[in-house]
Design a protein around this ligand. Sequence first.
Ligand SMILES: [Cu+2]
Length: 159
Amino acid sequence: MLKQALALAALLLPGAYANAHEYSVGDLHIAHPWSLQLPPNSPNVAAYFVVHNNGKADDRLLSVDSPISDDAQLHEHTLSASGAMKMQQVQSVVVPAGKNLTFAPSAYHVMLMQPKDRSLLTDGKRFPMTLHFEKAGNITVDVAVQKQAPSDQAHEHAH
Ligand SMILES: [Cu+2]
């Protein structure tokens, strides 16, 4: 609860966290939640972040939600039999003990279906998103909308 209150306080101080914003809940550390500016003809928006598990046990991201969408899904990219990349919904994602779970383009991502307020999905804006972890509990983060991927994630195409 205290950590959630602190995270909320961080949301109220936008200037202090202008570039890198990060959050902690239980053993988990969440770095720089971000989203690409939504093209006008795109029906859905994807959100990305990195979760580091400082604990000795695996945790699990169970679900996400956001006031900007009634349907926020966890997605993964997979290679189809024909060799094309496709994405599909997954029920949950493990956060391995001592390791990073990376949500990035061409990898795991949060898909926010049919966003209600598209004006929030432009460069420089932010919107809240709540992550629900099996062990660490819930944390609300601020997703920074930007025109380009952060430079440290532009090459993370591990799949
Ligand atoms: Cu997707």
